[in-house]
Design a protein around this ligand. Structure first.
Ligand code: IMP
Length: 429
């Protein structure tokens, strides 16, 4: 059976969590392939709100298997806490249904400290990372000095490597950044405890997953972050350090490309971005505040992981066309259309001008995104509350036109539109 990939088509926070939650109901396995606890998925089930950072959203269905793939960087302390919290709320966390890839890399407190120290040193050029240690953990992976999850199965070896790792990074913290070193024993103790807790979950994921596919199981690959945050294809250096795009599915899970049948891009009905970096359609005034919300609701535009207010702006189709190309998107899902209710008129950027020339594609040097001026198409808004609408034709004409305009501009079908945070607030097409 094939793999259905869910990727973010913008700068992350597109609402992938609820989309994954929707498709997980029809999938045997949900697998995260990249990133770490920099991601945050908010899923509403009935009156309950779950905020997940590492465990795939499929965990909320009783029978699904959840995979944390080898392309991930896993903070064992966060993962242990998340699993225990899920268990406390009655969710089954048996090792048979949660597979942690042995080749995933681990994030330690040293990585977290380094992330903070590097950001502080960057000053006004800071990336605005989530300070979860993501960049330093992937740095160690690429330098071939990282700690892999599989090491947690061998307590003696793990203790030895962990100690070496902490001592080495303490030297860097002190010498390069003038930061306080970590107490090695104090830092290691909870990690050793987490290792004992997590060891039963360690799995040869590429083998188990390929066997499951051969046996006819369906797999949902859950993207984290978004296309413009991808290490290779995003707006470098204002990116995360993983392969958030579809390429990450193959390296992150250990599967071949032919098993991928569908690649759905998740798009918010407008744009948001957290952290630094260029954002052509950003709105800084009252309109931006209207899109952001006040923070009173869990779905307002404040980071799930850091609580930071997100930057907001109009929808940017130049970005979507780029995401379609990089990921080979087969279709789109548009989330949070309800947030656009109440605007007199709406705008969608479908081209830019750069140095006086009109362009339809992102400049190859993404740093130049800071210099583009979006060219907007204007559409009428609508004022009706659409949060209870379940049928596309029952949406106000202006809302239908908005969705159809995105289809025309991206040349992709929109298969679902969400109009509220609950599972039922989704219109299928
Ligand atoms: P890092 O992944 O913590 O290193 O952060 C690098 C950049 O990616 C920063 O701009 C973060 O705000 C952004 N980022 C990382 N994870 C997410 C996410 O899940 N949603 C939105 N932005 C993210």
């Amino acid at each position: 059976m094939p793999i259905h990939v869910i990727v973010g088509a913008q700068w992350g926070d597109e609402g992938k969590g609820r989309v994954v939650d929707y498709f997980a109901a029809q999938s045997d396995i949900t697998a995260r392939y990249a990133g770490g606890d920099n991601a945050g998925h908010t899923v509403r089930v009935g009156d309950e709100t779950y905020k997940l950072h590492l465990v795939p959203s499929g965990i909320l269905y009783p029978n699904g298997i959840c995979v944390l793939g080898g392309g991930m960087v896993i903070n064992p302390l966060t993962l242990m806490r998340e699993l225990k919290q899920l268990a406390d709320r009655g969710i089954d966390i048996a090792p048979e249904r949660i597979w942690i890839a042995e080749n995933a890399h681990l994030i330690t407190p040293a990585h977290v400290a380094l992330d903070g120290a590097r950001e502080a040193q960057r000053g006004s050029a800071a990336i605005g990372t989530t300070k979860r240690g993501i960049g330093p953990a992937y740095t160690d992976k690429a330098a071939r000095s990282g700690l892999r999850a599989g090491m947690m199965a061998n307590a003696d070896l793990y203790r030895e490597r962990l100690t070496e790792h902490l001592i080495t990074h303490n030297k860097t913290l002190e010498a390069l950044y003038g930061a306080a070193p970590l107490d090695v024993d104090e830092a290691a103790a909870p990690l050793l405890e987490a290792a004992a807790f997590l060891a039963p979950y360690l799995t040869n994921v590429p083998l188990a997953l390929n066997e499951a596919l051969r046996d006819g199981k369906s797999v949902l690959a859950e993207g984290a972050q978004g296309t413009l945050l991808d290490l290779d294809h995003g707006s470098y250096p204002y990116v995360t350090s993983s392969s958030a795009t579809v390429g990450g599915v193959m390296t992150g899970l250990g599967v071949g490309p032919k098993v991928i049948e569908r690649v759905t891009g998740v798009v918010k009905a407008y744009s948001t971005r957290v952290g630094g970096g260029p954002f052509p359609t950003e709105l800084t005034g009252a309109l931006g505040d209207q899109l952001r919300g006040t923070g009173a609701n869990p779905w307002d535009e404040f980071g799930t992981t850091t609580g930071r207010p997100r930057r907001t702006g109009w929808l940017d189709v130049v970005v979507l066309r780029y995401a379609a190309r990089i990921n080979g998107l087969t279709d789109l899902i548009v989330t949070k259309l309800d947030i656009l209710s109440g605007f007199d008129s709406l705008q969608i950027a479908d081209r830019y001008t750069l140095d006086g020339t009109e362009i339809r594609e992102l400049p190859s040097d993404h740093a130049r995104l800071a210099d583009v001026t979006p060219i907007y198409g204007h559409l009428p808004g609508w004022h009706q509350d659409i949060m209870q609408v379940t049928d596309f034709e029952a949406l106000p004409d202006a809302a239908q036109d908005y969705i159809r305009r995105i289809e025309t501009l991206t040349d992709l079908p929109i298969r679902q539109v969400t109009v509220g945070p609950a599972r039922a607030q989704a219109i299928n097409r």
